[in-house]
Design a protein around this ligand. Structure first.
Ligand code: GLP
Length: 257
């Protein structure tokens, strides 16, 4: 593996090829589960993490007879966010995405899969339930994050005050970027989402952010070099540099000068 390592603003940053990054992040997640079989893990959706999920699934299926190493049976898995009022059986839901890309392929127990309940009676009910589930699991051991083009993490959009889990109006740039997941004429894309908040994420014991492509270069620069603040939500990660590691390809890292 030929990832190069550097320190940017106190955060460890690894730069390499996409397949190497996926393998490295896969190893990080498996090491967390090996070290703590009932670890609590947070997972993002999006195109960026798909190679990581493919690696996690292939690692899991490599040992069908000897038993998986590690076993996911005790791991608690939280989806970071969900479109508000989109049912979990919708093909565009994040609940569906995570089942298809990861949960259906490893031996995670269904009762250990959690996510924001986009169909809860009220926003307040949904947010309180999600935070309570995290607390009941003893907090998050590892949060795996992607990053949006405007520097958002999960669905914490730029310009909004930081908080715990909350329901937000999606930014026009996010609606534009994610519209591709609602291709049919009858599939109306929600304009709101429920998301683990910045404070929820910063409470994690360990945080891994993966970004690839030139499209993410400005957001990555904002996260690591812009003033810390809601202008670039990912910049809040610099409040916990010792718990945070970035994995970038050369394109995403291209503006870190
Ligand atoms: C959505 C998700 C984020 C994700 C982002 C980037 O907005 N809520 O968690 O990081 O998309 O997705 P992609 O990796 O497809 O660029």
């Amino acid at each position: 593996m030929s990832l190069s390592e550097r320190d940017v603003a106190g955060i460890r940053v690894f730069v390499g090829q996409r397949d190497e990054l996926a393998a490295a992040v896969c190893d990080v997640i498996l090491a967390v589960i090996r070290g703590k079989p009932d670890a609590t893990l947070m997972f993002p959706t999006g195109a960026t993490p798909e190679p990581v999920y493919a690696d996690l699934v292939s690692q899991h299926r490599r040992r069908p007879t000897a038993g998986p190493d590690p076993s996911w049976r005790g791991a608690r898995c939280f989806n970071l966010d969900e479109y508000w009022r989109l049912p979990p059986w919708s093909a565009a839901s994040y609940a569906h995405f995570m089942r298809v890309h990861l949960y259906d392929w490893v031996n995670v127990s269904p009762e250990n899969v959690f996510g924001p309940d986009a169909l809860a009676p009220t926003e307040a009910d949904a947010c309180a339930a999600y935070e309570r589930q995290i607390a009941d699991c003893g907090g998050i051991d590892h949060a795996f994050l992607g990053i949006g083009v405007d520097g958002h993490i999960a669905f914490n959009e730029a310009g909004l005050p930081r908080s715990g889990t909350h329901v937000i109006d999606l930014a026009p740039s996010t609606i534009e970027a994610n519209r591709i997941h609602f291709p049919g004429p009858d599939e109306i894309m929600p304009t709101k989402a429920i998301t683990a908040g910045i404070d929820t994420i910063l409470g994690s014991r360990c945080i891994t952010l993966l970004a690839t492509g030139t499209r993410k270069a400005q957001a990555v620069r904002g996260a690591l070099l812009a003033p810390i603040g809601e202008g670039c939500p990912a910049s809040f990660l610099r409040e916990v540099p010792e718990r945070c590691v970035f994995y970038l390809d050369a394109d995403a890292a291209s503006l870190l000068v």
